[in-house]
Design a binder for this molecule. Structure first.
Ligand SMILES: C[S@@+](CC[C@H](N)C(=O)[O-])C[C@H]1O[C@@H](n2cnc3c(N)ncnc32)[C@H](O)[C@@H]1O
Length: 271
């Protein structure tokens, strides 16, 4: 692995180059961290996922090589093992490799598996956190994930399970009505998620939101209840990427939705 240098104030330090596992955030390019932006602009090569937005890809200079390794359900460009092997191979050959992932690399992003592959091959790496979709969708829908008197905590869950395996949700962990639930990849198994939540003791009247394409100008917010969630998703033909938020805090969206009015105004202005 070659070395590079970096400015720290008045000092130029020689540093060993590494591979960077970088979170790109949920879509809005202004939600990239300063560090992520610097890294994608100074990389030799960027290996990126399906959920990295076109606006963020546009920030990568033309001189930087790009490799797309996106995965949609049942449609994978490369398997996870192949992605891990590619990263190891690139890191050995290239000076600066950036692995750019939607949201945060360590939240339902398989960044841990990639980091393990690098660690087990003695390749130095750094993890650059990104704003995860749960936080971003909630913020851009005007839903505080915790709120005094409504929610004492929040759980991030996945509604996805490995190929052909049955989704198993821990009903005991879901039963506390004072916990907001944020569910990634929840559309495919929505009927089961809803029935498990009701079986866990959540009332059918519990407020529920679906945020589609959060933080982009095409964001849609659907506010409903647990009982009506499945029907609402069908009626509005909600598509991935979408986030489910369940709990009393969803009621605050009516007063706190700052983003949709702004996005609609932008659309009218620039249509
Ligand atoms: C494989 S997970 C990756 C999560 C990512 N690592 C993160 O921290 O946000 C992909 C899921 O995240 C959610 N997601 C990602 N970006 C989203 C967005 N802009 N709006 C709504 N949901 C999003 C969706 O549930 C999507 O199916």
């Amino acid at each position: 692995m070659r070395c590079g240098s970096r400015e720290f104030g008045r000092h130029r330090l020689e540093i060993q180059e590494k591979i960077y596992l970088v979170g790109a955030g949920p879509g809005d390019p202004e939600l990239l961290t300063v560090k992520a932006q610097r890294l994608i602009q100074t990389a030799d090569i960027v290996v990126y996922d399906r959920l990295v937005s076109p606006e963020i890809l546009a920030l990568i200079p033309d001189t930087v090589s790009r490799v797309y390794v996106g995965k949609a359900t049942n449609r994978h460009t490369l398997s996870q093992d192949e992605i891990n092997a590619l990263l190891v191979d690139l890191a050995r050959k290239r000076q600066r490799v950036v692995r750019l992932k939607g949201g945060d690399p360590f939240i339902f992003g398989r960044g841990g598996e990639e980091a393990l592959a690098l660690a087990r091959n003695d390749i130095p790496f750094e993890v650059v956190p990104g704003i995860t979709a749960a936080q971003a969708c909630a913020a851009y829908a005007g839903i505080p994930l915790t709120h005094r008197g409504l929610s004492r905590g929040v759980q991030f869950l996945t509604g996805h399970c490995k190929d052909n395996e049955t989704l198993v949700l821990d009903r005991a962990a879901l039963s506390d009505a004072g916990q907001t639930l944020v569910i990634y990849m929840g559309l495919a198994h929505l009927p089961q998620i809803i029935s498990d939540l009701v079986a866990a003791g959540r009332s059918g009247a519990t407020p529920a939101a679906v945020i589609e394409r959060g933080t982009t100008l095409r964001q849609r917010n659907i506010i409903t209840t647990l009982d009506e969630l499945q029907q609402a998703v069908q009626e509005h033909a909600v598509a991935s990427p979408a986030m489910l938020i369940i709990g009393p805090v969803v009621t605050l969206a009516g007063e706190l939705d700052w983003f949709m009015p702004w996005a609609q105004e932008m659309e009218l202005k620039y249509a």
